[in-house]
Design a protein around this ligand. Structure first.
Ligand code: PEP
Length: 252
């Protein structure tokens, strides 16, 4: 089996001014300086991207944006393109977070364009997928994941599929303190890997599948030990350098 380097990414959402981001990163860097078992990423708001790229230069911490538009340029007030992010030396971008889907109308059709646009600009995408509580209770989890994964990867050249990290984030576990049972996280991650194998068995072995949803230092060891879970997308706990560093350590 291919060894996959875990990715621990902190999604700050709309938190931290530049001054607060600087304070955070100065506290985080010494805590993760020897964490060579994992890729470590922070995903600040747009306003803190350049300061964080500058402050993490030469360290092992990568900087990701939280969203982007699929077009190269145009009349899209408030949006940024993949090239604009790449110009800042940003490493990657979160795409399809459930908050973008629910609150800002991001669709699977747009994501089918965003994922290859990010890759073409040299960015590493994290594509978020996941079911609502009602969908899980109705037995619709696999149908939802199949649709989101297949649409999101539909225009990605097969040889680049493994360059897209997929974050399985059950919506009922995001920001709620309700973490998925390890069996649920493993089952969903294995299902996503099987979907990718439908495109390419070789790529599916290399693809990184993350779990997201109320990951904390206390539950991270169990989740990160699951065979098909290759890291975590962390919201609330990524705002605190000590807690985030503890989750990074748990990936060892
Ligand atoms: C997220 O924002 O992707 C997330 C998983 O948030 P939290 O860890 O706070 O549930």
């Amino acid at each position: 089996m291919t060894a996959r380097t875990p990715l621990i990414a902190g999604n700050w959402k709309m938190h931290k001014t530049v001054a607060e981001a600087e304070e955070f990163i100065q506290a985080l860097l010494p805590r993760v300086s020897t964490a060579d078992h994992a890729d470590v990423a922070i995903c600040p708001p747009f306003t803190a991207l350049t300061p964080m790229v500058d402050s993490t230069r030469g360290s092992r911490v990568q900087v990701y944006a939280q969203t982007m538009h699929q077009a190269e340029s145009g009349a899209f007030t408030g949006e940024v393109s993949a090239a604009m992010l790449a110009e800042l030396d940003v490493h990657g971008v979160i795409l399809g977070h459930s908050e973008r889907r629910e609150l800002f109308g991001e669709t699977d059709r747009a994501l089918a364009l965003k994922v290859p646009a990010a890759l073409a600009a040299g960015l590493a995408p994290i594509l978020c997928v996941g079911e609502t509580e009602a969908e899980r209770e109705a037995g619709d989890t696999e149908r939802k994941l199949r649709h989101q994964v297949q649409e999101g990867l539909s225009k990605v050249p097969v040889e680049r599929v493994a360059d897209v990290a997929i974050a399985y984030e059950p919506i009922w576990a995001i920001g709620t303190g309700r973490v998925a049972e390890p069996e649920q996280a493993q089952e969903a991650a294995a299902f996503i890997r099987a979907l990718i194998a439908g495109r390419s068995p070789e790529q599916s072995e290399r693809s990184r599948i993350l779990y997201g949803g109320s990951v904390k230092p206390e539950n991270a060891p169990e989740l990160l030990a699951l065979p098909d879970v290759d890291g975590a997308l962390v919201g609330g706990a990524s705002l605190d350098p000590e807690a985030f560093a503890a989750i990074v350590a748990a990936a060892a």
